[in-house]
Ligand binder design. Sequence first.
Ligand SMILES: [Mg+2]
Length: 108
Amino acid sequence: MTLNELQNSVDNWINTYGVRYFDVKTNMILLTEEVGEMARVIARKYGEQSVKKNEILNLEDEIADVLWVLTCIANQTNINLTDALNKNFEKKTLRDKNRHISNDKLLK
Ligand SMILES: [Mg+2]
C-alpha cells in the first residue's frame, strides 16, 4: 500500500463507516491517546515495566492505530503524505547528512 493509497483508504473508510472525521483537535487528542497506548506496550515489552495478568500487548496494532489517526489529520488538513515525506527526507538529508556520521556517541 502506498501512502496515497493509505490516505484514500482511510478517507473511504471514514466516509463509509465513520460518518465524518472527528474535528482536528479531537483527532490530535486521539493521536496522543494512541501514542500512549503504543508507549504502554513498549514499556512492557522492551522496557522494565512488568505485564499485568491478562494484559494483551500488540505493538503492531498500536502502531497501526497511530498511523490511522495521523492519516486522518493529514487528510483533513489537506496534507499529501507522499509530498510531505519527500520534503522531509530532503530536509533531513541536507541538514543532517554529516551530523550522525560524525557523532562519536553513535560509534560506541
Ligand atoms: Mg490503540
